[in-house]
Design a protein around this ligand. Structure first.
Ligand SMILES: [Zn+2]
Length: 132
């Protein structure tokens, strides 16, 4: 069983993009980093939550064989998205037909159901991306 604080942290991670920013060089990282690879010890790392939620599709794949708990969502689109702020993330693209997806397609973050069939019967929500 997860403690309440850890569930809360998990929830925040599911709904929001939380990364880090190096105030020395301005680079933004996601997932969080504790050391800036560019500035090393000189870098001053702070938490960064101000992602716009906008990005562009870099590459994508259509998943036909979904893992347990995601079967009702298959086939679905899984894409590498380059966020406006720089970092790339792997996320699901929803409300778009696979044939509509193209390189450079502009997408934005939405909150959607992630999983329903978990042992606790709790519906998990998280962020996904859709076409602008
Ligand atoms: Zn830096």
């Amino acid at each position: 069983m997860l403690s309440v604080p850890s569930q809360w942290r998990l929830r925040e991670q599911r709904y929001r993009l939380i990364g880090s920013k190096c105030e020395t060089c301005g680079n933004i990282y996601l997932p969080k980093r504790t050391i800036c690879p560019k500035c090393r010890r000189k870098g001053k790392i702070v938490e960064y939550k101000d992602f716009s939620g906008y990005g562009n599709v870099v590459s994508w794949t259509v998943v036909h064989a979904a893992p347990e708990g995601f079967v009702d969502q298959a086939p679905y689109i899984l894409a590498i998205i380059k966020l406006k702020e720089g970092p790339k993330i792997l996320a699901q693209i929803v409300d778009v037909k696979p044939e509509e997806v193209h390189e450079g397609m502009e997408v934005y973050k939405v909150v959607r159901k992630i999983q329903e069939d978990n042992p606790e019967g709790i519906i998990a929500y998280g962020f996904k991306f859709t076409k602008i």
